[in-house]
Design a protein around this ligand. Structure first.
Ligand code: SF4
Ligand code: SF4
Length: 233
C-alpha cells in the first residue's frame, strides 16, 4: 500500500474551484479498463485501497465529509490482505496535517467528489534540485501496475495544462507543498540514480524529456520511445 498525497488549508469554495479546474480525464479512453484486468481484485490499482490509500488535507476532508457519502476516514481494515506491517507503514508515512481516506470503490465513484490525490494520480509535480517545477513525473512504485505510466503519450494536453495550472496555484499559496514535492522529487532522483535510469518528464512546455538524476541534464524524447513496464510491454 502506498499513500496518495493531496493538498489543503483551503475554503470550501476554493476546493470546489480547484476541483472544477482540474477535472479533465487523463486520457481519451477509460484507463481503468486497461489496468483493472491486471489487478486480482479487478479494480483499477489507484482505486484499490490495498494498493493506494488517498491522503487529503483536513480542509479538503471538511468539504467532502458533509457533501458526499463517497469517503470515510481510513480505518486500516478496508484491505483484508493488508498485514499489520503494511498498516503500520502507511501510518508512519502519513504526511503531517493530512487525513487518510478510503472510498466506496470504483463502482460508486462520484467524479465531482474525487479528491485531488485521485485527480493527480499517477503524477506528482516534479521539482528540480534548483527549485523549479518543470512538469509531471510519475509515482515510480506503480510502474508495473498503472497503464498510464506505460502510455505517457496518451495523456491529454488539457489534463497536463490543468495539472500545471493547479500546482502553480497551490505552490503560490503553500510553500510547504512545494518543499514536500521538492523532497519527493529528490527521492525519485535517488531511486533512478541507484538504478542508473533517467526520469521521464511530461514537461510544462508540452514536450517529453528524459532527465538525468545525477546532473539533471535533459534530453528531448519522442513519447513512443519511452519505456513500458510489466504487462503493458
Ligand atoms: S491512472 Fe493508472 S492505475 Fe489509475 S485507473 Fe488509470 S491506468 Fe489504472
Ligand atoms: S474516489 Fe473514485 S477515483 Fe478516487 S479512489 Fe475512489 S473510486 Fe478511485
Amino acid at each position: 500500500m502506498n499513500i496518495l498525497k493531496s493538498v489543503g488549508d483551503l475554503s470550501d469554495q476554493h476546493i470546489r474551484d480547484l476541483y472544477y479546474g482540474f477535472d479533465s480525464p487523463i486520457a481519451t479512453l477509460d484507463c481503468g479498463r486497461k489496468c483493472a484486468p491486471h489487478n486480482p481484485s479487478g479494480k483499477p490499482f489507484c482505486c484499490d485501497v490495498c494498493h493506494a490509500v488517498p491522503a487529503a488535507y483536513k480542509s479538503e476532508w471538511n468539504y467532502l465529509e458533509p457533501n458526499t457519502m463517497l469517503w470515510h476516514v481510513w480505518r486500516g481494515d478496508e484491505c483484508e490482505s493488508a498485514t499489520k506491517r503494511d498498516r503500520a507503514r502507511v501510518k508512519a508515512e502519513m504526511p503531517k496535517d493530512m487525513i487518510l481516506l478510503a472510498c466506496l470503490g470504483p463502482s460508486h465513484c462520484q467524479r465531482d467528489f474525487r479528491a485531488l490525490s485521485c485527480r493527480q494520480f499517477p503524477f506528482f509535480p516534479y521539482v528540480t534540485s534548483n527549485y523549479r517545477f518543470i512538469g509531471l513525473a510519475y509515482e515510480w512504485e506503480f510502474e508495473s501496475k498503472c497503464w498510464v505510466i506505460s502510455n505517457l503519450s496518451r495523456v491529454t494536453r488539457k489534463y497536463r495544462e490543468e495539472f500545471v495550472r493547479t500546482y502553480d496555484h497551490l505552490f503560490a499559496l503553500f510553500q510547504g507543498e512545494f518543499d514536500s514535492y521538492a523532497h519527493h522529487s529528490e527521492r525519485m532522483r535517488n531511486h533512478f540514480s541507484a538504478h542508473k535510469r533517467r526520469i521521464p518528464i511530461l514537461h510544462r512546455n508540452g514536450k517529453f524529456y528524459l532527465v538525468s538524476p545525477v546532473n539533471e541534464r535533459v534530453e528531448l524524447i519522442s513519447p513512443e520511445k519511452l519505456q513500458k513496464f510489466g504487462p503493458y510491454r
